[in-house]
Design a protein around this ligand. Structure first.
Ligand code: AMP
Length: 125
């Protein structure tokens, strides 16, 4: 079920539990601002989720309430993960689902990083 974009942050969401070390993940990157790990149900040869360490429900929440340092730290982390996986030259795709229409299912901001193959239509019809 897509999340309610107006709900307060849920400290028991699955990514909050991964950040606290209560659930495992296949970690590929970590710094002060972000954690990145393989998606449990990959949709491409490379499918990595990058999440901020701080408590933000969505891209909307993040871009309203995060500090400039948190925003720049998170966005730089997304770029670093792509570079570290050799995705810049062949290219890659970023996706952030937001709320009901975006079909966001986990209520902790995450950016999907897809790579390792050619992509075509941006939105399936
Ligand atoms: P979204 O629809 O943008 O909220 O995507 C949530 C993503 O989280 C999906 O691609 C899921 O496969 C992924 N996911 C859910 N639980 C886990 C988990 N424990 N570890 C890694 N990825 C997960």
């Amino acid at each position: 079920m897509p999340i309610d974009p107006y709900a307060p942050y849920d400290d028991n969401n699955i990514f909050a539990r991964i950040l606290r070390g209560e659930l495992p993940c296949k970690k590929v990157y970590e710094d002060d601002f972000a954690l990145a790990f393989h998606d449990i149900n990959p949709q491409a040869p490379v499918h990595i989720l990058v999440i901020p360490k701080a408590r933000y429900v969505s891209w909307d929440d993040f871009t309203i309430h995060a500090t400039d340092g948190e925003i720049s730290g998170f966005i730089r982390a997304v770029g670093a993960v792509a570079r570290e996986h050799g995705l810049v030259e062949p290219g890659y795709r970023l996706l952030a689902n937001v709320g009901q229409h975006g079909h966001q299912e986990v209520p902790h901001l995450h950016v999907h990083l897809f790579g390792g193959r050619q992509f075509y239509a941006m939105i399936p019809q």
